[in-house]
Design a protein around this ligand. Structure first.
Ligand code: CP
Length: 336
């Protein structure tokens, strides 16, 4: 039960965070997070940012905990920030890439997870190309899983770091217009951000070509999906927006017939300075990365004064420290 007070552990006192009960063994999605849980992650991330600002940015909060980064897909931001986060909390960290593991010899996901558990893993941070992979792994193991991106499904730590970055820059997102533009259909970042932003009260507008926006968002959502509006015309969608979140366009969308040409896509959907001028004054720009500059976003906007892209990357460490700490501390409490 989030919000319930308990006696602070020494680790909590050292970090300076508010002791609050966290019940999740895993973080696989954000679709069932309550406002209170999201706020708890935000306040823990504040405490972690304070740790990171110290001369020696480390606390022994997860000393004795082993974190395994198990990445079946490439990553720069997520893998590095989870590693830095775990080290800043004093955890032992092991990185496993599928290309350098026995996966190349045919070992299954379940056997790999059982193997890292037998070797002493407490928390596994997993990225996998198949949607639902961490749910399968969870059923065959006692370790805690943090989903670092599964297929097109979810990327919860990205959505939480995006919410944290917005909270830092514009305050509450309640009532703010957030436009998410691009390949929503194939984006786990979009899916998790839609849930997180809607839970926190933002007005979410999806924009992009009809082939890249799932049809279910256009119909009656009847409580199954978060409330969003779809506007395929980016020029009108962006009018008065407080936040413009651009998504990476993958070139294979053109090869698979979902787009006539990248040139036409850029003409209609690239965020450049002229389009950004239609947004609210003071609107901010986000992109989870990696960016295709010159396709979905112009270099001037990507690196301009309104861009939060670097802050998103930086905040990834504090937010992932918060998640590792909350999950690791819950395991410790469950054992005692
Ligand atoms: N945003 C994101 O998930 O980036 P990486 O693929 O580099 O981790």
């Amino acid at each position: 039960m989030v919000g319930q007070q308990q006696a602070p552990s020494p680790a909590v006192e050292e970090i300076g965070a508010q002791p609050t009960r966290w019940t999740r063994r895993h973080v696989l999605d954000i679709d069932d997070f309550s406002v209170e849980e999201i706020e708890l992650v935000m306040s823990q991330a504040d405490a972690m940012s304070e740790v990171l600002s110290r001369d020696v940015p480390r606390v022994p909060a997860l000393r004795g905990v082993t974190v395994v980064n198990l990445f079946y897909e490439n990553s720069t931001r997520t893998r590095t920030s989870f590693e830095l986060a775990a080290k800043a909390l004093g955890a032992d960290v092991v990185n496993i890439a599928d290309s350098a593991s026995s996966v190349t010899k045919g070992e299954s996901l379940v056997d790999t997870v059982r193997t890292v558990q037998a070797l002493g893993a407490d928390i596994v941070v997993m990225r996998h190309a198949q949607s639902g992979a961490p749910y399968l792994a969870m059923r065959h193991s006692e370790v805690s899983f943090l989903n670092a991106g599964d297929g097109w499904h979810a990327h919860p730590s990205q959505a939480l770091l995006d919410l944290y970055t917005l909270r830092q820059r514009i305050g509450s997102v309640r009532g703010r217009k957030v436009v998410i533009c691009g390949d929503v259909a194939h984006s786990r970042v979009a899916r998790s951000n839609i849930w997180g932003l809607a839970t926190m009260g933002a007005q979410v507008v999806l924009s992009g070509p009809p082939t890249l926006i799932p049809r279910e968002f256009s119909g009656p959502q009847e409580g199954l999906l978060p409330p969003v509006r779809v506007d395929h015309d980016f020029n009108s969608a962006i009018e008065g927006a407080d936040v413009v979140m651009m998504l990476r366009l993958q070139a294979e969308r053109q090869q698979s017939g979902l787009l006539p040409s990248l040139r036409e896509y850029a003409l209609l959907y690239q965020l450049d300075e002229e389009r950004l001028a239609r947004a609210a004054s003071g609107a901010v720009v986000m992109h989870p990365g990696p960016m295709n500059e010159g396709v979905e976003i112009s270099p001037a906007v990507a690196h301009g004064a309104r861009s939060l892209v670097e802050s998103q990357v930086t905040n990834g460490v504090a937010v992932r420290m918060a998640l590792l700490y909350l999950v690791g501390n819950r395991r410790r409490e469950a054992r005692s």
